[in-house]
Design a protein around this ligand. Structure first.
Ligand code: HEM
Length: 463
């Protein structure tokens, strides 16, 4: 069992005794009793747990993913879990999550539930600032990710398929310091948080030094990279970004983009290497593109890699890099869902609840996806087109959809087109399990491959 959880379970159990865990039976009975007076729908059913200890043993024994799945199977697509003083309402499925993804921030917001990221991203950025400032900072990223800019990054990506050593280690500590327990106690003095804080301080120094030196040398124009775009960005009132903000935005961008993309690249490899039919299709596509364009890999060439794109998309459907997305209900709202027996039901999610969209469950709804747990990239092909609209949530959706989606696909396709062209790979370790103990779950343990250089590509760069 994870040490953090063992350390916390007594504390959680004590607090949970003090908090009210309503049982499913009690909830339904209460609803029935009050039924005659209700002008609005009843609240969602509440996860039952053992007397006194509530849901904690089940959560600890099964892990968060299996626990949430178990609740969904018994209670239906809208349900509440009572945890400590928090009420977390899960919405599973595209229809159920409409308000979650499309509602106004004044009604369903990220602020209250995202404070745990402040020690990671640092001062002056993301959830340490008000909504208007954060919105502008996201706009900076939006501008950096426009197709005209993306075109210019491919050369840099091709040249930099390996991450700068120290930064990569520091980012590992940053991600490892974002545990499930961090959501409730972001500054608790546990070793993982101490490593996170040291790594954050060091990253701040590295990035601030670069910003300072670029600003003082005035050599901005010769750096066509994202960092320079952030240094040059200005707020609507004309204010320039500060050193601290640029460093914080870079950490946030690397957290949002580097770990997610690197774990997606690993999952993509493990999925392809265990599905020979799809691996063959991806390799044949590379051979076709090589014949047409030679070794050149640029924005337009990457856009032709449809098969690889579908493989990555399918990988992300089954291995979304976030366990769940969260919001805070600033106002109550009504949801159309299904109860535990599959019947249609309306529920009113009360004001004050934390609201969660569990991504893996969301992405594997059997009424949306045929044989949903199967790795089947062809489901996204022109003939089937499964999972449109809100049914695919690995990059979020609606109001806060990921601004880095196109960039992430480009980056992962650059990596995998290089590997498929230059190596014949074999997975030596078993297909990885998921590490559910961190907020951004990735493959657990080492994923080992053996390789032979292949003749498919003319390029001979060693990875
Ligand atoms: C495989 C790679 C990636 C995945 C799976 C991913 C996933 C997500 C998800 C699920 C959200 C929605 C969060 C929510 O609704 O609470 C999001 C938002 C965001 N992502 Fe990504 N992301 C990836 C790569 C990137 C990259 C490369 C960047 C570039 C810096 C980026 C920047 C952002 C930003 C700024 C937001 C916030 C958008 C907003 O709140 O309006 N992401 N991402």
């Amino acid at each position: 069992m994870d040490l953090t959880w063992s350390f916390f379970s007594p504390l959680i159990i004590v607090v949970i005794i003090l908090s009210k865990i309503a049982t499913r039976g009690r909830t339904s009975a209460t609803n029935k009793k009050k039924g005659a007076k209700f002008s609005s729908p009843p609240p969602p059913p509440v996860a039952s747990g053992a007397p006194l200890v509530g849901v904690v043993p089940s959560l600890l024994t099964n892990g968060p993913e299996a626990f949430i799945r178990g609740c969904y199977e018994t209670m239906g697509s809208v349900f509440t879990v009572s945890l400590l003083q928090h009420k977390v309402t899960f919405l599973v499925g595209p229809e159920e999550s409409r308000h979650f993804y499309k509602g106004l921030d004044s009604e369903i917001s990220q602020d209250e539930v995202s404070q745990f990221t402040v020690p990671t991203f640092g001062p002056g950025v993301a959830f340490d600032v008000d909504y208007a400032t954060r919105h502008e900072q996201i706009r900076f990223f939006g501008d950096i990710m426009k197709p005209a800019k993306l075109r210019t990054y491919v050369d840099l990506m091709v040249a930099e398929v390996e991450m700068f050593g120290e930064v990569s280690t520091l980012l590992h500590d940053i991600n490892d310091g974002m545990r499930l327990v961090t959501i409730m106690f972001p500054r608790l003095p546990i070793p993982a948080h101490r490593r996170r804080d040291r790594a954050r301080a060091r990253l701040g120094e590295i990035f601030s030094d670069i910003v300072r030196s670029r600003r003082s040398s005035g050599a901005g124009a010769c750096h066509g990279d994202m960092l320079q775009c952030l240094i040059d960005a200005t707020y609507k009132d004309g204010r320039a970004t500060t050193e601290t903000e640029v460093a914080g935005m870079l950490v946030a961008a690397l957290f949002a983009g580097q770990h997610t993309s690197s774990s997606t690249s690993t999952w993509t490899g493990a999925s392809l290497l265990t599905h020979p039919k799809h691996l063959r299709a991806a390799v044949e596509e590379q051979a076709r593109i090589l014949r047409r364009h030679g070794d050149r890999v640029d924005y337009a060439v990457l856009a032709e890699m449809d098969t690889l794109q579908r493989c990555v998309k399918e990988t992300l459907r089954l291995h979304p890099p976030a366990l769940m997305l969260m919001r805070h209900a600033r106002q109550s709202f009504v949801v159309n869902g299904r109860d535990g027996d599959g019947g249609k039901r309306e529920y009113e999610v009360p004001k004050g609840h934390t609201v969660a969209s569990p991504l893996l469950l969301h992405n594997t709804m059997p009424h949306v996806y045929h044989d949903p747990s199967k790795f089947d990239p062809e489901r996204f092909g022109a003939r089937r087109e499964e999972g449109g609209g809100l049914a695919y949530a690995s990059f979020g959706s609606g109001r806060h959809a990921c601004v880095g989606e196109a960039f992430a696909y480009m980056q992962i396709k650059v990596i995998w087109s290089h590997l498929l062209r230059n190596f014949e790979l074999q997975l030596e370790s078993p297909f990885p399990e998921t590490d559910w103990n961190v907020v951004m779950p990735g493959p657990k343990g080492k994923v080992m491959v053996s390789y032979n250089r292949r003749k498919l590509a003319a390029t001979t760069t060693t990875v």
